[in-house]
Design a protein around this ligand. Structure first.
Ligand SMILES: NC(=O)c1ccc[n+]([C@@H]2O[C@H](COP(=O)([O-])OP(=O)(O)OC[C@H]3O[C@@H](n4cnc5c(N)ncnc54)[C@H](OP(=O)(O)O)[C@@H]3O)[C@@H](O)[C@H]2O)c1
Length: 265
């Protein structure tokens, strides 16, 4: 991806020790980016860092440890961030089988899969603006739906991890539209995608395997992050490196309400 300066472009990938996140980090590093892998566990992060460096042939890859389900560490990462940020890939997600809450009392899937993406976009907006043209890629899913704006944290509904996951991925796709509108004239684009289906802790928790390799599953997010012809594309949903129809994008009122709710956290 071209930058408006001569220095190497810089990317963040969250959930970068996961199956798809690792392949995204390696793919973006191979494309010539300095990559920061955001992970939450030191040992898993170190193993993944070694793998990403080997797979990409790049030593310009580093790790930051951050629990993305909590606002404070996300904003602390942005506060200590130095220099440019050309690409942010929000990819970390979780689908625990029973309902759990963060120390702040937020249901964990909503906190990680939805607010984690929102907090990263808000916290890194100044760095992205400084580096514009810049991009955000929100890894969502075709497996999306059942969003209930009156019960985002499954306080009224009986918790079901699959339903909570589908809701969170619908929210990621809708919030992509909200941020694209918010950032219309900023030089920051934001798009969402279905990656691909790969066997992972997350897919197994949801009861399915996944027939694609991690690299196949990472192809669309890597392409969205690096393809120069997409420089002006924003607010769209993609699958298989192609634009895909997103039924949720037409829900203008729902998008505005969800955006307003998330802004309160
Ligand atoms: N796999 C599929 O078939 C599939 C299909 C459609 C969409 N997706 C999407 O692809 C993305 C990646 O999924 P995956 O299949 O690669 O899952 P995965 O292997 O389970 O990876 C998930 C990653 O998110 C991290 N994470 C979870 N909670 C976190 C937190 N609070 N703070 C920081 N990191 C956290 C995990 O870290 P730990 O290892 O420390 O838990 C892990 O690195 C997700 O957004 C998912 O919705 C996947």
């Amino acid at each position: 991806m071209p930058t408006n300066q001569a220095e190497k472009p810089v990317a963040i990938v969250t959930g970068a020790n996961g199956v798809i996140g690792k392949a995204i980090a390696a793919g973006i590093a191979k494309a010539g980016f300095a990559v920061t892998m955001v992970c939450r566990d030191g040992k898993r992060a170190q193993r993944a860092l070694d793998e990403v460096r080997r797979a990409s042939g790049s030593s310009d890859v580093r790790v930051e440890l951050v629990d993305l389900s909590r606002r404070e560490p996300v904003f602390a990462l942005a506060a200590r961030w130095q220099g440019r940020l050309d690409v942010l890939v929000n990819n970390a997600a979780i689908a625990p089988r029973s309902r759990t809450e963060t120390p702040e009392g937020i249901e964990v899937q909503f906190a990680t899969n939805v607010l984690g993406y929102v907090w990263m976009m808000r916290a890194f907006e100044p760095a992205l603006r400084r580096s514009a043209p810049a991009r955000v890629v929100n890894v969502a899913s075709y497996w999306a739906g059942d969003l209930d704006l009156s019960d985002l944290q499954f306080q009224r509904r009986r918790y079901d991890n699959d339903q909570a996951y589908r809701q969170s991925k619908q929210a990621d796709r809708m919030l992509t539209v909200a941020f694209a509108q918010r950032w219309r004239d900023s030089g920051i684009t934001v798009n969402s995608c279905h990656p691909g289906d790969a066997s992972s802790a997350l897919s197994n928790a949801l009861g399915f395997g996944g027939s694609e390799t991690p690299e196949q599953a990472a192809a669309t997010p890597v392409w969205l992050a690096t393809e120069s012809s997409l420089a002006d594309t924003t607010g769209q949903y993609f699958a298989n490196c192609r634009p895909a129809r997103c039924a949720f994008a037409a829900d203008v009122q729902g998008i505005a309400e969800l955006d307003a709710i998330c802004a309160r956290f």
